[in-house]
Design a protein around this ligand. Structure first.
Ligand code: HEM
Length: 526
């Protein structure tokens, strides 16, 4: 009897070991060989870290004080100290490998090969004629990002589940719904303006960390417009989301390394704990709103998600489950404030460095909106120069610096076939800083490049992708532009900005590009 048990245990262990070797070594090697056969080069990986070690080393070297691309010291007054070439300084490994292997190559995160793409023509061929359903999201990121977006957040799901969620959520951002949010956005922006006026009441100027101010404002706006939250629940949620982001992305993650999560167990457990606390808060929010169904019309995102009823191809689709609802709320809480907050923060920094553009925008605001405190929804589209500034900021400091895909089926791209399961890393920030696409002034702040040109003069339409591409393009794009224009209008017509001498230009990559030492600006009333 004992011998039989031992035999069974041995067989189970052999099968498990075989599965492990297959998943961690043989399958990736097979995928890698296929990609190599197609002619893709790339840095040499080592087992089991892939190229993660090289990435860490190159980043460390670029941040060391002797490196010319490391963050600038505290500013004296010269704006020349600020280098906008964040691709070389923050993603030096991609900058180097591009030089060595071209704009499409294979690199490894742990035992997962990734096809790196910074060639817009390749991207065009990759997405042309292929529906969004053929591209999923890399499985390897899922376990890492679950505390942040859950299993069912829109950016995590694929196939028919993605289609169903996207179909339910899209109406929340229709022009009529956005119009209904205008006053709430104006109210929040006015509140911050009044707060700054109070701070300035006894003094001519004041120094504020714009990152902190603007992030709080963007958090309040998404909480009110999308979830009807007017109390401190919103700020508690944001604090927890921020802490989770730091614990997930600030320190070394061993993405793709077998049992990598065990190597940073403390951070993994901390992120899960925060994720659970956020889920509980959201659940009580959802339950409170459920009680309002039928009592009051609910036009915001949460209201629509709770209704969730729709017809696709004539079939009735059931409501989202509670788990799906929580994950979507988390996704929108995070995605809906961090991205816009960063765009507005970098804008204020760039405007502080370029007073001429502050004046240009103020002049435009006067012409289009006038002096009234009310900001009409339909007038926002006429703020053309503000649109150029936003485009230019998102070019230099894209809030979403990359996009990822995973092939669900063999996909033909020109004369190469991308095998089923291949991970793709699209380096948006790399394309936005590519001299061959934009010209020699690529790293300069020049909003006028968007005057009459949707692509800012980029010599390929797929070279400028601030909101992504294809069927998975950002669902909140119109909302983001509207919020940006309302907030910028409200504050630019009341204050002028200059860069504080204590400002250190140190954008660092932590899921998105954040100013790692804040953005201290000096503000003065007009
Ligand atoms: C300046 C602000 C913003 C920028 C630059 C931005 C950028 C992006 C990018 C690049 C993507 C990925 C697209 C792709 O993979 O091709 C994306 C997806 C997404 N964004 Fe935004 N975004 C912004 C604001 C917002 C806002 C305000 C919301 C919500 C209110 C939002 C919600 C989402 C969601 C849910 C997705 C996933 C869409 C899907 O997979 O179907 N974003 N965004």
């Amino acid at each position: 009897m004992n011998a039989i048990i031992v035999d069974v245990v041995v067989v189970v262990m052999v099968v498990m070991l075989w599965k492990l070797i297959n998943a961690c070594y043989l399958t990736p090697i097979r995928a890698y060989r296929k990609l190599r056969k197609m002619g893709f080069g790339g840095p040499t990986p080592s087992f089991p870290m892939g190229n993660l070690g090289d990435m860490k080393k190159l980043l460390f070297q670029s941040k060391s004080p002797s490196s010319s691309s490391s963050s600038s010291p505290a500013l004296s007054s010269s704006k020349e100290l600020i280098n906008h070439d964040i691709h070389s300084s923050s993603l030096p490994y991609f900058a180097l490998w591009q030089k060595l292997h071209g704009k499409v190559f294979v690199y490894w995160m742990g035992v997962e090969p990734f096809l790196y793409v910074a060639d817009p023509e390749f991207l065009k061929q990759m997405s042309g004629g292929v529906t969004a359903k053929n591209w999923g999201k890399p499985t390897v990121f899922k376990s890492d990002r679950i505390p942040m977006f859950g299993d069912f957040g829109l950016n995590m799901i694929e196939g028919s589940t993605w289609l169903r969620h996207r179909h339910i959520i899209t109406p929340a951002f229709s022009p009529s719904n956005l119009k209904g949010m205008t006053n709430l956005m104006v109210e929040s922006a006015t509140k911050i303006v009044e707060h700054w006026i109070t701070l300035l009441s006894n003094t001519g100027k004041v120094e504020l960390d714009m990152e902190r101010e603007i992030t709080t404002l963007a958090g309040e706006i998404i909480a009110r417009t999308n979830f009807g939250i007017n109390d401190e629940t919103g700020s508690i949620l944001f604090e927890k989301l921020r802490a989770m982001q730091i614990s997930l992305f600030k320190h070394t993650r061993y993405v793709g390394v077998p049992f990598g999560q065990l190597l940073c167990l403390g951070q993994t457990l901390e992120a899960r704990r925060l994720g659970q606390e956020i889920d509980n808060l959201l659940l009580s929010l959802i339950n409170a709103r459920r009680k309002m169904i039928g009592v009051e019309p609910q036009h915001d995102l949460l209201g629509l998600l709770l209704e969730g009823e729709d017809h696709i191809d004539g079939k009735f689709v059931r409501k989202l489950t509670t788990g799906e609802l929580i994950d979507e709320c988390k996704t929108f809480f995070f995605g809906g404030h961090e991205t816009v907050a960063l765009a507005m923060t970098w804008t204020l920094m760039l405007l502080a460095m370029n007073p001429k553009w502050q004046d240009e925008l103020r002049e435009e605001i006067k012409e289009v909106i006038g002096e009234s405190d009310e900001i009409g929804f339909t007038k926002l589209a006429d703020l053309k120069k503000m649109g150029w500034v936003m485009n230019e900021v998102l070019r230099l400091y894209p809030s979403s610096p990359n996009a990822q895909r995973q092939a669900r089926g063999d996909i033909q791209v020109g004369d190469v076939a991308i095998p089923n399961g291949t991970n793709i890393w699209i380096d948006v920030v790399g394309m936005h800083h590519d001299r061959s696409l934009w010209g020699d002034d690529v790293n300069e702040f020049k909003p006028e490049r968007f005057d009459g040109n949707l692509y800012g003069g980029c010599n390929h339409k797929m070279g400028y992708l601030p909101f992504g591409f294809g069927g998975r393009m950002c669902i909140g794009k119109s909302y983001a532009i509207m919020e940006y224009k309302i907030v910028m209008t409200s504050i630019l017509r009341r204050f002028s900005f200059s860069v504080s001498p204590s400002y250190r230009h140190s954008p660092s990559y932590c899921f998105s590009f954040r100013p790692s030492s804040g953005v201290p600006l000096i503000i003065q009333p007009l």
